[in-house]
Design a protein around this ligand. Sequence first.
Ligand SMILES: [Cu+2]
Length: 338
Amino acid sequence: MVSVVIGISTIILFSVFSEAQLEQKTFVSHSGQIINTSGDVLDPLYTASTVEFDPEMYLRDFNYGIISESTNGKIIREFTIIADDDKIQEISPGVFYNVWTFNGTVPGPTIRATEGDLVRINFINNGSKSHTMHFHGIHQAEMDGVFEIVGPGGGRFTYEFEAGPVGVHPYHCHVMPLEEHIVRGLYGVFIVDPKESRPPADEMVMVLNGFDTDFDTENNFYAANTIPFYYQHHPIQINTGELIRIYVVNMVEFDPINNFHLHGNLYQYYPTGTDLVPSFYTDMITLSQTERGIMEFQYTFPGKYLFHAHKVEFSEKGWVGLFLVKDNSTSSEVQYGN
Ligand SMILES: [Cu+2]
């Protein structure tokens, strides 16, 4: 009887132990080294949650919030945004970097509303440092996310303002030292649509960003949407004769300028997106910090076309991509985003 009990306990213990052994984990060592275990470390001193970011998903992902209507008929869009500062992301193959995130990614979600809607952001700071959300746009002073510091470990603040003006705006943390809170990744895009919506198009968001992974206040990597060279290895599929609309925001720190050059085509450009009439017809715009706008174009000829920073250093360090334009001339109906 005793031997049977011992036998069963051994089996249970063994199987629990085996399961723990088999579980693969990622650890951060004292020196910051990332260790991917095969399951043979049971009780690490440090653990890190890793960020999985998919630029393919991010490109056309718009968050319209939870929609309700006030008693006076105003549309309310409610969002919950959670800040964290303990996540590790493999920024480039083999290069791990401590990103600070809104809702777990860099950039944070693309928040979208129509001019005049009431935007309500339930902001929760789960980080270890103070953070805020500062929106570019028009709002009351106390909604500016500068002086109302939101404390770490679950601090909360509700931002509430009317969406406006029409256009594309950045949002970012505004806690000092500001440079660090931005370069670590606490930023995202806020789109305000006009009441009479823009013509249908294959819409996408491109945040131009960079990462200083050796902390010398110079960027080591550049990208459109965080992962260097991503859209070169995974070309963005679009169709001939289809209107493409890109909301582009420059969030690169340290370097005074960034730019966006399109091959085999020109685009209509709406600086900040605040006007419904384009200001330029060009293949090249130059943007300083948080400068942004809307680009519109369509391709006549199918094929592969580059888009990249014409500041060649940036394109050689990752800010380069490809459009793969499919021939849509036989299709009777344009399928946006396919
Ligand atoms: Cu911050």
